[in-house]
Design a protein around this ligand. Structure first.
Ligand SMILES: CC(C)(COP(=O)(O)OP(=O)(O)OC[C@H]1O[C@@H](n2cnc3c(N)ncnc32)[C@H](O)[C@@H]1OP(=O)(O)O)[C@@H](O)C(=O)NCCC(=O)NCCS
Length: 285
């Protein structure tokens, strides 16, 4: 069996997207969890977007000349994010995933990223084992949360759409909580109209690029994050990722009728600062 790697190309979206759908739905079915992607087109759509992005590095694996899987490194922050990594279910457990992971870790090292993060499906023994062997540490148990929009507000916590004028204040908050900024992601979310901020005592005390799978949020307090979640019109993707150790916020979400969809795990290698505030990671990190 000959395993080779090459950079991803836009033309890989259809085959890699189909593999991505198959890989995730197969492991979900084995554990009786809902599918991450509702249909193959959703996975193909995501990979079409990622393969076209200049700030996302892509790598494709071929086994005996046939496409077997792909992996991605998000390079739009000082910390790099991994995923989705997916291998054709017929070719799993024969070291293709390890090679694709080593490729993005080498890339992160070459580009001098101070840390690399990913979010792992907690019920998947193989990915947990592989990432741990490659040097990733488990940082935070997460719960994917989904449900109908809550439509509640928190007294004296005003939520509004974020604008470019908010960037500096939000970046300062992210730096305070995480020790690094995520300004590019926030700027992109502001352009797309998905970012929101919460104000309390006349200043920004929290922001979210999106309350959903691909968004992150950073806040000073749980009241700020409740206000952002309470104002969200939907929770795009499988759900938003709530740090399970934040029991107060999880209890509040459950009391609002939201449901736990599946457990996930935030993992990292390299720089990781224990957050000095309240946060929701994105599925990238
Ligand atoms: C997760 C995934 C990418 C891994 O790729 P893969 O090609 O199957 O994995 P590999 O064969 O390269 O590596 C698996 C490693 O885990 C080890 N392993 C597997 N199951 C294990 C277990 N239960 N306990 C301990 N080790 C285990 C293997 O021995 C191997 O270790 P090695 O590299 O030191 O030999 C692939 O299985 C996949 O696409 N899964 C479905 C989609 C998915 O879950 N993606 C990841 C999202 S976080």
């Amino acid at each position: 069996m000959n395993i080779s790697l090459r950079p991803g190309k836009p033309e890989d979206a259809a085959i890699c997207g189909a593999i991505c759908y198959e890989a995730f739905s197969t492991i979900s079915d084995q554990h009786n969890f809902p599918h991450d992607f509702p249909h193959p087109e959703a996975a193909i759509g995501l990979l079409t977007e990622l393969l076209a992005r200049e700030d996302v590095y892509s790598v494709v694996a071929e086994v005996d000349g046939r496409v077997a899987g792909s992996n991605f490194l998000w390079e739009n922050a000082v910390i790099a994010g991994v995923g989705p990594i997916t291998i054709d279910p017929k070719l799993q457990n024969v070291a293709v995933g390890r090679k694709l992971m080593e490729s993005v870790l080498q890339r992160a090292q070459d580009r001098a990223f101070v840390g690399v993060r990913l979010v792992q499906a907690a019920y998947h023994n193989r990915s947990l084992s592989l990432y741990t062997k490659l040097g990733f540490d488990t940082r935070e148990p997460l719960s994917t949360i989904q449900g109908s929009p809550i439509g509640v507000s928190v007294p004296s916590h005003e939520v509004r759409l974020a604008t470019e004028a908010d960037l500096a204040g939000c970046n300062k908050l992210c730096l305070k909580v995480h020790g690094h900024e995520r300004g590019q992601e926030l700027a992109d979310a502001i352009k797309q109209g998905t970012a929101s901020v919460v104000e309390h005592d006349g200043r920004i005390t929290g922001y979210a690029t999106l309350i959903g799978f691909f968004g992150h949020a950073v806040c000073e307090s749980n009241e700020d994050l409740k206000a952002l979640i309470g104002a969200a019109k939907e929770f795009p993707g499988p759900g938003f990722l709530l740090p399970t150790r934040n029991s107060e916020l999880l209890r509040w979400c459950l009391a609002q009728g939201l449901r736990v969809v599946q457990p996930m795990t935030l993992m990292s290698t390299g720089l990781y600062n224990e957050p000095a505030g309240v946060f929701l990671p994105s599925v990238v990190f």
